[in-house]
Every structure is written in C-alpha cells, then in structure tokens.
Design a protein around this ligand. Sequence first.
Ligand SMILES: O=c1ccn([C@@H]2O[C@H](COP(=O)(O)OP(=O)(O)O[C@H]3O[C@@H](CO)[C@H](O)[C@H]3O)[C@@H](O)[C@H]2O)c(=O)[nH]1
Ligand SMILES: [Mn+2]
Length: 366
Amino acid sequence: MVEPANTVGIPLNHTALLKDELDIVIPTIRNLDFLEMWRPFLLQPYHLIIVQDGDPSKTIAVPEGFDYELYNRNDINRILGPKASCISFKDSACRCFGYMVSKKKYIFTIDDDCFAWLQCRMELLLRIHLEKLNALEQHIKNLLCPSSPVFLHTLYDPYREGADFVRGYPFSLREGVSTAVSHGLWLNIPDYDAPTQLVKPKERNTRYVDAVMTIPKGTLFPMCGMNLAFDRDLIGPAMYFGLMGDGQPIGRYDDMWAGWCVKVICDHLGLGVKTGLPYIYHSKASNPFVNLKKEYKGIFWQEDIIPFFQSAKLSKEAVTVQQCYIELSKMVKEKLSAIDPYFAKLADAMVTWIEAWDELNPATKA
Ligand SMILES: O=c1ccn([C@@H]2O[C@H](COP(=O)(O)OP(=O)(O)O[C@H]3O[C@@H](CO)[C@H](O)[C@H]3O)[C@@H](O)[C@H]2O)c(=O)[nH]1
Ligand SMILES: [Mn+2]
C-alpha cells in the first residue's frame, strides 16, 4: 500500500492546461484501450499523435471521442521518403516520429501500458479518498517552472507551491533556467533492465516519493520514455530515439540514447531537466528474455558510451539544438565507431534525423 501524498485530487472537469500547445505521442503495437483510464484527463482538446509500429496493415482501434492522428510505417515512408531510414521499426523508438510531425510547443509521451494512478489520501477523520492523478498536469507544472541545475537545491523543487529556496542558496541563482524536460516515474512494474528483471521478477515499485528535482549540470541520467514530457521548441531536435529494433544490433536503448544526448545539450545551452513526479502505474512487464537479446550489446557498450557523453564538449559556436546535435553526431562517428560499425550508422542517422526535422519544421531550423 503506497503511503498517501499531499497531492490535491484533480476534479474530473479540470481545465486542460496548455490544451492548444501540447500533443500526446503514443507508440503502439497493441490496442489503445488504456486510453479509457485517461479519458477524464485526455478527452479534453488534447490532441493525440499515435505512432503505430509493426504491421501497417493491422488496424489499431482508437476509443471514441479522442482527437488524434495516426501514422503507420507506410505513412512514415510516404512522408519522409528515404529519410524514413532514421526511424526505427519494431521498437518503441518509432515514437520520435511523433515528436517530428507535431506542430505544438510541448510533447507528453506515454506507453500504452501506463495508467493514471489511483492514489489513496487519508484525512483526519480517516475518510479515504481515491483520486486519479493527472500525470499530464504535473508534467506541465514541471515544464512551466524553472529548473536549478547549477546549484543543487536540497529541498527538492523550490518553485513548488508551499516551498522556497533554503538558506545558503545563492540569490543570484534563484531565477533558475528554462525547463526543457520533465521525466516522470512509475509505480508497480519498474523500468528495470533484463538482467535485473530476471533476478527480481516479482519486484514491484510501491515507493511513492512526493518530490521533483532538477538533475544537476554535468550529471547524466537514464531517461525512460514511458512517462516523459518536454518542450519541443527548446529541445525537440535532440529527442531522437536512435536506430533500434528491426535490423539493428540493440534495442531498449532508444530513450537512454536520447536522454544522454539531450542532457549534454541541455547542459551546454543552459536548460534544465527534472525528474520525479508525476508517477504513472506501469501495468505490464515485458519479456525479460526478449529484452536481454535486445539489450545484450548495449549493456557492455554503455560502459564506453557513458564516459564518451561525460567528456563530450560542444563548441561555443553551437548555439542551436540542431548545431549541437550535428556536432555530437560527428563525435559519435569519430569516437564510438571503434566499438562497433553500428555507431557510424547511428551517427549518419542522427544527421538524417536533423535533416528530416528541419524539412518538417522549417520554422525551428534557424
Ligand atoms: O516493437 C515495439 C514494442 C513496443 N512498442 C510500444 O512501446 C511501448 C513500450 O513497450 P512495452 O511496454 O512492451 O515495453 P517496456 O519494456 O515496458 O518499455 C520500456 O522500454 C522502453 C522501450 O525501449 C519503453 O519506453 C519503456 O517503457 C508500448 O507503448 C508499446 O506498444 C512499439 O511501439 N514497438
Ligand atoms: Mn511497458
């Protein structure tokens, strides 16, 4: 039983924050019944971008009442032509196509086995309220509030209602920086790698930590794409989920790769990345044996990849996300290809991604 937190319940008729400035991107090979659970929060004028992976001839049923656009592999090939080669097939990495075609400032991406989470809140008279928590609302709050990457704030989010900066926090730093990414977490099935899943098949995350914190500058983190929101205008071009799945030597490193690139670029451009609330309820454990096959090479490659990102230095001439990303792709080709020829291919795909992004989003090219 998760202990209650002091989060105010969201009435069903809550106003849809940023309703005209945010798209919700969902990768799927299954069905979208999970949207029923989100109906109180997402039926409002939030627009869904569904990226259908796998067999394009399969019909994905979308529950009534949702405003959406759906892209399958045929659509991706039609829209991007040869550049479609940079969008993964048979891997959730395909979701980044949704980021590219969106025209909104903000993106919230969620997996189709993630649910709004019921929370139990006890009150003085032991009246119990079961409340569905609106993860999207928390992500929006995270993105609209500044981050504090330069100097660690020990009492978590100083911009949160009812909180403030603690003694000793420099006043010159209290304005903070713009927040580019809000990384949410998960209750129930934790996002473990395959070896951990295999040794701990029954482990569930029941620990709810009522906190949001900025990831300090110069620190990398394992970004999970399950419950993630970001400012597309600030960091969208860096949210490429790499070459994974069909025909590739690794999988399930899509969100991780994007997170490492994003954090290096956010640190360089002075943008913030937050992790913590909101939580979603992750319902399905994927097959650890299938996952082990996908992750196997990544598990030992990352021992070289992480030091690469930790030492990556972008030039002062790189002032846009695209310029940072192209510089990073050159470093990947130069410094990681020795691990495996895959990285030379990935570096080329990173360039193709930027070309495709700029083609579909000429406004952000500058
Ligand atoms: O080939 C595929 C497989 C899956 N999807 C869609 O992607 C998400 C996540 O799939 P699933 O829940 O089965 O996998 P998890 O192990 O729980 O996912 C974690 O690993 C990351 C994938 O690298 C993911 O972001 C994490 O949550 C679902 O929506 C599937 O429908 C797909 O599109 N193609
Ligand atoms: Mn899952």
